[in-house]
Design a protein around this ligand. Structure first.
Ligand SMILES: NC(=O)c1ccc[n+]([C@@H]2O[C@H](COP(=O)([O-])OP(=O)(O)OC[C@H]3O[C@@H](n4cnc5c(N)ncnc54)[C@H](O)[C@@H]3O)[C@@H](O)[C@H]2O)c1
Length: 251
């Protein structure tokens, strides 16, 4: 039986992960970490350094502010960790990569199979369409989301940008400039409202034709089940950085 710690256990995603694990006979939650305790059916620690139960894996859906505490614990105890939190700075992402040399880390901005598939499709479309098409990404999320643009929008932009040797600049929301769209950019636009779980469109706009690759998540369960699958995958892995490409072959 795999023993898991959920970081951000009392949040929306933490509770979804706990529900997903409850239905799985191969993994159980031994503890949670959260700033608040809203009555979870397992012990909630306020920080990682207080944890006194052994665990095989950590699943993190918390907040960027929890990163240092999380990584210190994971490295010190050699516990593999699935990081799902979004909104990290470039420095924090560099720290995640550095720590993956000491313990196994599964890190992706989106744990849904569908989103990872559209990343691969967007990359293929960019390679076929080339620089004759302008790429714009539109993401929509609920009004409680803290970060913008979404980690997934950046993940999609990075997939397209790889095709162009990472030479394209990212232009966010385009409101601060009054000028024509240059060729060497990807536009990224965020919409926040209501209870939208997560929608992403990658628009390839060419001369007289437009191709749109879309994904829409109907519930947060898709992210929870993807993160639990990642936890089961990473639990016995050596140090290193892993993502959905290690679980599914998108090529
Ligand atoms: N990668 C993915 O597929 C994916 C999918 C959904 C959400 N997310 C991300 O997961 C994160 C959590 O999302 P959510 O909707 O559950 O948010 P939420 O606000 O409902 O939950 C976050 C939880 O983390 C706790 N928390 C905040 N700071 C903390 C700290 N320093 N130490 C310990 N606990 C702390 C909060 O008390 C809260 O219970 C967000 O960054 C979100 O963007 C990622």
């Amino acid at each position: 039986m795999i023993r898991a710690i959920i970081s951000g256990a009392c949040g929306t995603m933490g509770r979804n992960v706990a529900e997903c694990i409850e239905k799985d006979s191969n993994i159980q939650v031994v503890a949670g970490v959260d700033k608040f305790n809203n009555g979870a059916p397992f012990h909630i620690f306020s920080k990682f350094s207080s944890i006194n139960v052994p665990a095989d894996v950590i699943i993190d859906f918390s907040n960027v502010s929890a990163l240092d505490d999380l990584l210190d614990f994971a490295v010190e105890t050699h516990t593999p960790v699935v990081i799902a939190t979004t909104g990290y700075t470039d420095e924090q992402i560099a720290k995640i990569k550095e720590c993956s040399k000491k313990t196994a880390i599964f890190f992706t901005f989106n744990f849904s199979l569908g989103v990872n598939l559209i990343c691969s499709l967007a990359k293929k479309a960019a390679a076929i369409l080339g620089d004759g098409f302008d790429v714009e990404i539109i993401e929509k999320h609920h009004n409680q989301k803290l970060d913008a643009p979404s980690g997934t929008a950046i993940m999609l932009a990075n997939s397209v940008n790889e095709v162009f040797d990472n030479k394209l600049n990212y232009e966010y929301d385009r409101h601060s400039k009054r000028e024509k769209r240059p060729k060497n950019e990807i536009g990224i636009h965020s919409i926040r409202g209501g209870t939208i779980v997560g929608e992403h469109d990658v628009v390839f706009a060419g001369n007289d034709e437009v191709i749109t690759i879309s994904h829409s998540a109907a519930s947060k369960k898709v992210f929870a089940s993807g993160a639990v699958a990642a936890a089961k995958f990473i639990v016995k892995k050596q140090s290193g950085l892993y993502d959905m490409n290690n679980i599914i072959d998108f090529d």
